[in-house]
Ligand binder design. Structure first.
Ligand SMILES: O=C(O)/C=C(\CC(=O)C(=O)O)C(=O)O
Length: 306
């Protein structure tokens, strides 16, 4: 077994000493999008991966959760682990019920494996259409996976770039379980939020009442910045109109998460405490923030928690 991995050249490690957010998260807040990486010595990265990250363990994730003031987390399988969900599942099992997961599975996954994932806390699978991260999976395979997971009440998390939405739209609308779109479908934020490209995304959201959206990753989408560093509490201003538009039109179907440990960022690594301070800019009222951070993710991932 390989126990030592050389990270991708230029890899930025997660921010070691995040500040404490000035914005105090409401009780029961959920970080609905984050990952664990390895550690590679215990959970080797997948041979087919497109990047090799630094380690980011479950205990480091739980420490960040507590530091920022989140109650719970949703751990999303990252492509560097392929369809080997063991690092993510290990995090769920160690969380004492405070973490749920989104897995990657192949169409030949057995019912026993699906049951085991469900028992560990998995509630969805992720379909990744971002070409720099994965080879395109045949859509029939994805449909087969969606049919396999439907009896468990799971959803499908989809990650795609805005430019690919026209091609994906019919397929997405045909998926027979709820959909959760990562990072607002990655809009080009140099374009007009009222223009046709983001309009196509909003139309997708309008097309089905069970399509949810993560209004996440301003640090990935922003072109103008400023970055969430050095005490900056009004970071990523160019992303605000996009995220706010979604939060205000679909207040009951939006989720937020840190995306820690922020794979593949190249310009900077954000201070996660300052990222939390981004939330009031996109969800301007206490009610919108409660829905975004507590009610919506709890309904989707802990429906029995009340
Ligand atoms: O962490 C994210 O959501 C975004 C990623 C990484 C990713 O999705 C993955 O590796 O699975 C990205 O844009 O590189």
């Amino acid at each position: 077994m390989t126990t030592s991995f050389r990270r991708t050249p230029g890899w930025l490690d997660w921010y070691a000493e995040p500040s404490r957010p000035r914005y105090r998260l409401p009780e029961g807040a959920v970080d609905a999008h984050c990952h664990v990486f390895g550690p590679g010595a215990a959970f080797p990265f997948a041979p087919e991966r497109r990047y090799t990250p630094c380690d980011a363990s479950r205990d480091q994730l739980f420490a960040l959760r507590d530091h920022l003031g989140f109650a719970r987390t949703v751990v999303v399988q990252a492509t560097c682990h392929g369809a080997d969900n063991s690092a993510m599942v290990d995090a769920l099992r160690a969380s004492g019920g405070l973490a749920r997961g989104v897995a990657t599975v192949r169409p030949d996954v057995s019912d026993a494996e699906l049951r085991e994932l469900h028992e560990a806390g998995v509630r969805g699978v992720r379909f990744n259409f971002v070409k720099r991260l994965v080879d395109a999976a045949p859509r029939q395979d994805l449909r087969d996976v969606a049919l396999r997971i439907a009896p468990y009440g799971w959803h499908v998390v989809v990650y795609f770039e805005a430019a690919d939405l026209p091609d994906l739209r019919d397929f997405l609308l045909s998926v027979p379980v709820p959909l959760v779109v990562d990072h607002m479908g990655r809009p080009d934020v140099t374009k007009d939020p009222d223009g046709p490209e983001f309009g196509a995304f909003l139309d997708l959201m309008r097309a089905r009442p069970d399509i949810w959206c993560k209004v996440t990753c301003p640090e990935r989408l922003s072109v103008s910045g400023p970055p969430a560093l050095d005490g900056e509490r009004s970071a990523y201003r160019d992303v605000v109109p996009f995220a706010r538009r979604v939060v205000e039109e679909f207040p009951d179907r939006v989720l937020w998460g840190t995306d820690w440990p922020h794979p593949n960022l190249v310009s900077h690594m954000p201070d996660d405490g300052l990222l939390v301070d981004f939330v009031p800019h996109i969800a301007p009222t206490p009610e919108l923030r409660r829905k975004l951070l507590v009610d919506n993710p709890t309904r989707l991932y802990w429906p029995d928690a009340g």
